[in-house]
Design a protein around this ligand. Structure first.
Ligand SMILES: [Zn+2]
Length: 199
């Protein structure tokens, strides 16, 4: 019988959340536990079934719609594993039933949730905000602020807790869509001082 509990890994983009999640699942797998990685389908970037971390850990993922009804659909699969890790949890719909589903799952299974802390506006994701207080443990990861001082040309380099969205190299306006899947061309990790939103 495996342990249970809810463990949250949070932070901005480029902080290594997925790498940490895969590292933990892999550790349990080596110890003989049945592990399962779950990710929400958002677009092509997320529909691929295999996740590879920066340190080369490969893992098959169960890709589901980020809704309560799809979680219920795969409930049996979830319960047939000992340790379940959700990646990109912020993309799941905001729904009290979904929170209760995760809480019930974590009563019986070891449940890890990796999630962005804030959106590009610096505002919390409702589903994450609702779930976070129930966590048995919260691990906050930081990236490195890559803001370049225009006068000195040097990078800030402080711990980054925010995700800056850029459009043609400039801070994105507040009204732009909340979900825009992209990598280094559209996002940068920033410290609080260097996180800008154009209102
Ligand atoms: Zn900075």
């Amino acid at each position: 019988m495996a342990a249970s509990g809810l463990y949250v890994i949070t932070g901005p983009m480029f902080a290594g959340k997925t790498t940490e999640l895969l590292r933990i699942l892999n550790k349990y797998r080596i110890a003989g536990y049945r592990t399962l990685l779950v990710k929400p389908s958002i677009d092509e970037r997320y529909s691929s079934r295999e996740v590879v971390s920066h340190d080369g850990i490969r893992m098959e993922a169960l890709v589901i719609e980020p809704t309560l009804s799809d979680l219920v659909r795969v409930s049996e699969v979830l319960h047939s594993h000992d340790v379940i890790g959700f990646d990109e949890f912020q993309f799941f719909e905001y729904n009290r039933g979904l929170v209760d589903f995760i809480l019930e799952l974590s009563d019986e299974r070891t449940t890890y949730v990796a999630s962005l802390n804030l959106d590009f506006r610096g505002e919390p994701w409702e589903i994450v905000k609702e779930l976070l207080p129930y966590a048995d443990e919260i691990q906050t990861l930081y990236a490195v602020c890559t803001y370049v001082d225009p006068e000195t040309g040097r990078k800030c380099g402080k711990p980054a807790s925010r995700t800056q969205r850029l459009i043609d190299g400039k801070p994105a306006p507040y009204e732009s869509p909340r979900i825009l899947v992209g990598g280094k061309e559209s996002y940068e990790a920033r410290c609080r001082k260097h996180h800008f939103i154009i209102k």
